[in-house]
Design a protein around this ligand. Sequence first.
Ligand code: 3HC
Ligand code: NAI
Length: 653
Amino acid sequence: MNKVITLDNPPVNALSFAYSEKILKEIEAAENDASVTSVTITGANGYFSAGVDVNDFAKEWDPSGTTVRDIIEAIERSGKVYIAAIDGVALGGALELALACDRRVATARSKLGLPEIKLGLIPGAGGTQRLPRLIDAQAALQMMLKGETVSAERALELGLIDVIMSLSNDPEHRAEGAPDEGTHTKRRVSELKVKLPPSTQAFALPYVIAQAHKTVPPEESGGLAAHKLIDAVQAAFELPFSRGLAREYRLFDELVGSAPSLALRHLFFAERELSKIPSLPPAAPLEIKSAGVVGGGTMGTGIAITFANAGIPVTVVEPSAEQVAKARQTIFGMFMHQVKRGRLTQEEAWKRGQSIEFSDDYAALGECDLVIEAVFENMSVKKEVFAKLDAVVKPGAILASNTSTLDIDEMASVTKRPEQFLGLHFFAPANIMKLLEIVRGKSTSAQTLATAFKLAKQLRKVAVLSANAFGFIGNRMFFEYTREAVALAEEGVPPARVDAAMKKFGMAMGPFATFDLSGIDVFWHVAQGRPDLALARTPILDRLYEQKRLGQKTGKGFYTYAEGSREAIRDEEIEQLFAQLAKKAGVTQNPDVSDAEIAQRIVGALIKSGEEILRDGVALRPGDIDIVWIYGYGFPPYRGGPMFHSQQELAHA
Ligand code: 3HC
Ligand code: NAI
């Protein structure tokens, strides 16, 4: 007789300590029942299982209690045949459970993976030992190093599953028709031999480097999950199964308590909190079937590409023929690049390109479900645009602004639909950066917000809600962050040293390099409108603006750039200019500051600003701020974002 055990622990059948104990009992019951010859393990709720319950790591991870490891060990000891019948997602510990079974079958829609590395962990229930035994060892290593999820089709190609088949909706008959169901031939993966080429280290190195950047500061390589993963896989071909497994368990248990894993787990949950808006009445989102963009400049073009990539046709209204030609060229170049990289077929690229239309007539936007404005950062220009849009765009459609700093309510006031008005603040390049700030105006309706969050998912963006306040979340903090960098330079620390210290801290880019990339003029313009801003009171911006040192675009800013190059070259003229300005302002020069102090001051300014933003209710939660800085500004994920970092520092002070 075949017994079916269904993983049913909503929402995603996570294998918590308590739930593992329940499943273990079901397995023991099957083991003690002589009439049971085979056991099928399957999942309810549209998932196989998302793996171990990540919440359990926050408690004391106690491997001596019941975990998925015990379930797996019971299966391994058993003389009965176990079949994993997968429909939906099988991740982490759940895939490891499937790997311990004698057969694996999956439906076509299923997705399988060992994503532990994304949480700063390694597979810790035998995955590092079984996967390289079951499939090509290089492919196994790659899957685990990248935390890659594969489709059922790819899993079949790799030999990870035996067959793709449909499963009955009736749990009791779930895997009926699975090959060899009910037979007594055990096929233990642990008994297979690993065929790992001798060049593991060389093969893995690029992934280690890529992962190192994301998960751990270089100087703390002891916590580096990628290194530990390689250690564990190495054990799979050097040691007998049981000793390899013991090594994996030890390495995993060490990582659970590591600072990078703590930070990455915080981000996992913070990301899932984002769309939970307290006190917002439930509302059904509208479907966005077509979109419009006004302004085909840097941002408008990137936003149009983002919609095309999500399969939503988009019309761009841009009055300048020259700008349209430039935008078309950017779009063509970007899709060609994707084709060259093998990420898109020629046909798909063509289709996406064709889904972006240009017009110089606002009437072309009449039937769009959503129109995003991305014209110059100027309130009167924007108000004029929205008055026109309100007149031509069908009633009920949503109007949005991509403004970086301006007042959403003032723009909404020129329309008759303030409930269907909001800010959708994309980051440059809009088709690449994952962050989207959703700015809630005073009249923005629950339905408009729900639509924006749903749309963000379709566009593959991570959306964070911000109140309508100057600079929203990210830029308001960014101005304080850059202000502190400028203060250090005024005190005699060369910009190149400030940037190097911040990169050492883990930022993707130093603050002065960011100034040069965005353009000094952008900051100067913001400063003109906001004289109360601390950054506006630093004379350096005026001086650089006067000298047309606008950054990369003019070949000179806080650094110099050779013609056509983005390589920032240290410029002593800038250091002298800072020295002159400091002298005039009576600022004492003290270049003798350590890298750690530099980072502490700049990140300190960032945190202080984050605290103000929370106090003012601009951001809902500290985790929302962390996500903004991780996805929008290159804050190192292994530090969990500025607010989490500050909490950790306090805890260890
Ligand atoms: N543990 C605890 N909760 C989990 C979870 C997990 N492994 N996976 C998902 N959840 C929760 C989410 O927090 C969310 O909760 P909420 O509704 O209260 O916010 C809910 O499940 C739904 O998750 P999503 O919103 O992400 O739903 P999606 O359908 O978009 O995605 C998913 C589902 C693909 C399973 C995605 O959640 C995911 O990738 N989860 C993480 C999987 C993972 O990393 N597994 C490895 C765990 S570590 C492990 O197994 C160690 C082992 O090797 C020993
Ligand atoms: P841009 O100068 O590259 O493009 C603006 C485009 O709008 C130009 O092509 C112009 O011809 C067009 N335009 C001007 N008036 C118009 C009108 N009345 N109707 C139709 N089109 C009109 O500017 P960019 O950088 O794309 O910025 C656009 C908006 O996005 C601004 O509000 C900016 O603050 C915001 N933003 C910019 C970011 C950046 O890094 N560049 C990042 C996030 C937001």
